[in-house]
Design a protein around this ligand. Structure first.
Ligand SMILES: Nc1nc2c(ncn2[C@@H]2O[C@H](COP(=O)(O)OP(=O)(O)O)[C@@H](O)[C@H]2O)c(=O)[nH]1
Ligand SMILES: [Mg+2]
Length: 233
């Protein structure tokens, strides 16, 4: 099928309908495009989570060398998941536009340039095996996006393989972790997801994350959050 025209997109509405043709005649394809921002400390696993979301090896990952992070610039990668879900009885594509950010926090202007229509979902990435890192995350996200950010956020706890090795179950882990992380887990509308970097990562691990993200955005009627460009962190 060749998709040629876009005939419905207005304001902050991330849905659009593409018209095209195939040998069976004219067709229309619904497309939902969501902007996703990865946030977290260096080495928390943001780029790995981005790869899981996209289902590829698009973002560079790895251990940082002499304190320098692998991710030094904002990076946008997008992927179209064809016929990913049904909306109002029709099949719809899901386009994920994922922005990876350099630590400790993104530059508001860069986020605005990459996502001028705003951010639909914030993915907060924290290492499950180092729960005392990055206690300033909440403060910083609130400064960037204002008090509404919790409605658009989900928490991803990486390095869950280390929990398994220590014999900890997710529920038990959350009841024993540090106060700030437990408060964050309870406060974000999208809930918590545990991820581990195993051999089927990233293509399979990404599916539950994409589903969760889509449900969260739908709960917000796919409204986007605008980054406050006047703040500096
Ligand atoms: N064992 C384990 N390693 C992980 C996991 N997630 C990420 N890593 C590794 O941690 C390092 C940092 O990950 P990266 O995604 O580059 O972190 P970033 O600096 O936040 O972007 C890399 O070597 C990853 O392979 C995980 O869930 N388990
Ligand atoms: Mg990175």
């Amino acid at each position: 099928m060749a998709l040629v025209t876009e005939h419905s997109r207005h304001g902050n509405n991330p849905f659009r309908i593409l018209s095209g043709w195939c040998r069976h005649g004219d067709v229309e394809q619904n497309v939902l495009a969501l902007n996703v921002l990865l946030l977290g400390d260096r080495q928390s696993g943001r780029s790995s989570v981005g790869n899981a979301l996209i289902g590829g090896e698009e973002f560079q990952t790895g251990t940082c060398i002499s304190g320098t992070s692998m991710t030094t610039e904002h990076r946008l990668r997008s992927r179209n998941f064809q016929r990913y879900f049904r909306r109002q009885g029709a099949e719809s594509d899901l386009v994920l536009r994922v922005v990876d950010t350099p630590p400790p926090m993104p530059r508001p202007k860069s986020v605005h340039e990459l996502c001028p229509e705003g951010v639909h979902v914030l993915v907060l990435v924290v290492r499950a095996d180092l729960p005392h890192n990055n206690t300033h995350l909440v403060e910083q996200v609130e400064t960037l996006f204002g008090p509404e950010w919790r409605c658009h956020a989900l928490l991803v706890l990486t390095h869950a393989d280390h929990l398994k090795e220590a014999g900890l179950q997710p529920a038990g882990y959350l009841s024993q972790t540090s106060d700030w992380l437990r408060a964050l887990a309870e406060g974000v509308e999208g809930g918590v997801l545990f991820l581990e970097n195993s051999c089927d990562w990233p293509s399979i691990r990404g599916r539950p994350l994409r589903d969760r993200l889509l449900r969260l955005s739908a709960r917000n009627h796919h409204r986007a959050l605008t980054v406050r460009t006047e703040v500096s962190l």
